[in-house]
Design a protein around this ligand. Structure first.
Ligand code: ATP
Length: 199
């Protein structure tokens, strides 16, 4: 598995549709200050489902949309498409290539796709959960992050180990199931109330 290509349109400083190909070896992105190197990393995190605007170095989600310059008008939506090689079956999906995309409109509407099919944000997140690539994975090591992990609270550190061990997916599903169970218990209680009133 490796990231083959990234396509950006209207994302931060990328006003025009831009394709970046990544080789299987190391890719280094170099450029002057403010030329958009970090925006590329932000774009990858964003397409993988990052929802924290702080992580994306903004104040609100709309900040990911190209806002315009003296020479170029702003646009109405931002889009990032990531294409991964999956010939080794790293992702548990029947595709040799996996393409995920995220689109965000100024109206606040979001759209996600997996291999061009509309899906929910949750579906995209689930693919990457426990792979080490997702939102809470270790593929993005920012400045000071190693220090942060070492000095963090034991519970937070445990979360990091759980993600690395591949069990956070099951934890998330358990939480979801418990929520559904509580809802069902509420419904049963309401039915019992109605029954006792009818008796
Ligand atoms: P450095 O080497 O200093 O870290 P960098 O190459 O990583 O810089 P970025 O932080 O990726 O640069 O890009 C910053 C640039 O992106 C700024 O010029 C900023 O104006 C531009 N930018 C960010 N968001 C938007 C947006 N929504 N619309 C237009 N331009 C944007």
């Amino acid at each position: 598995m490796h990231l083959i290509e990234m396509e950006l349109y209207g994302f931060k400083s990328f006003a025009k549709r831009t394709r970046i190909r990544f080789s299987e070896d190391i890719t280094a992105i170099v450029g002057p200050n403010g030329s958009g190197k970090s925006n590329i990393v932000d774009g990858i995190m964003w397409a993988l489902g990052e929802s924290s605007v702080k992580q994306l170095r903004g104040n609100k989600m709309e900040d990911v949309i190209f806002s315009g310059t003296d020479r170029q008008q702003g646009v109405n939506f931002a889009e990032v498409v990531l294409t991964f090689d999956n010939k080794d079956g790293f992702f548990d999906l029947p595709y040799e290539e996996l393409s995920v995309s995220r689109k965000y409109f100024r109206s606040g509407e979001s759209q996600y796709t997996i291999n061009k099919k509309r899906v929910r944000q949750k579906d995209v997140r689930e693919i990457f959960l426990d792979t080490g690539i997702g939102k809470n994975g270790y593929s993005f090591i920012g400045q000071g992050q190693i220090e942060e992990i070492l000095s963090t609270r034991p519970q937070d550190r445990r979360n990091a180990f759980e993600e690395a061990a591949g069990i956070s997916k099951f934890k998330l599903r358990k939480e979801e199931t418990l929520r559904n169970l509580n809802k069902t218990t509420d419904h049963i209680e309401r039915i019992d109330d109605i029954f006792s009133e009818l008796k």
